[in-house]
Design a protein around this ligand. Sequence first.
Ligand code: AMP
Ligand code: MG
Length: 303
Amino acid sequence: MKEKTMRDICKMARKLAKPYRMTDGDSFRLKDISPADTLDLKAEDKPRAQEVLAIGVQTLATLQDMLYAQDRWGLLLIFQAMDAAGKDGAIKHVMSGVNPQGVDVHSFKVPSAEDLDHDYLWRCMKYVPERGRIGIFNRSYYEETLVVRVHPEFLTNQKLPPELVTKDIWKDRFQDIRSFERYLVRNGIVIRKFFLHVSKKEQKRRFLERVENPDKNWKFSASDLKEREFWNQYMEAYEDMIRQTATEDAPWFVVPADNKWFTRVIIAAAVIDALASMNLSYPEVGEEKQKELTAVRKALTKK
Ligand code: AMP
Ligand code: MG
């Protein structure tokens, strides 16, 4: 890819993702972002959007190759959403072009007995990406301020000393998460967080599709329906989470998720922008190495 083309794509990516990028929690309200938003793009622009996504995926692959070669920065991508908002599909499509050797995906489900014997960040810390790599968290420690907040019985299971479970527990958790993320950022691990904002109506449509389409049956579980009953509590928890943890260091992207094609374009744009912010380049080899390469070339051409 030509350098100018690359620069232009990165610039466009930044512009596309910007309306959904939250760096100042205080001014954030969930109602300001509509799940059905597609900027000024219409349904008939979908094929064009898919072309843009394909270019985005190619750009991502080039940037990731440099990230890996340079081996200085790491990139942590965190995905949170209600069921059927499209996390899995978005991860699959956006990362489809990158070298699997440079990416790790981890899904965080209900904590195991071993997890519960530790502080809640423990199980996630183990999977923070190495330098040169992209790490994807499909759900994360943010569940500690979402499902655990909506269902306090999960908190009871966490074996915390009772005197530490005060009314300030969520405030404390947000503070600890902000500090943890700042620590990672100061160590060269860039963080981008995505909330896929789907509407209750669209979730219903997708659940019905999962019930009716035999190929999608496996995706549906009765507990998904149960969580739907707590929709309003979840939305409050998500809003508070973003208000408390959207920072310049580790921004949240609140991505409209009623149209999958749009969600994917915005996520790809935000990831490209994150990689572009690192000013990546291939490592230049020193004089010694140049000499070695010249010698190798000579030896090979002789034979
Ligand atoms: P899924 O991603 O649909 O396979 O579901 C994983 C489930 O694990 C979701 O219902 C999450 O809410 C749940 N989960 C993830 N992390 C936690 C946690 N820390 N405590 C309790 N439940 C969790
Ligand atoms: Mg699920």
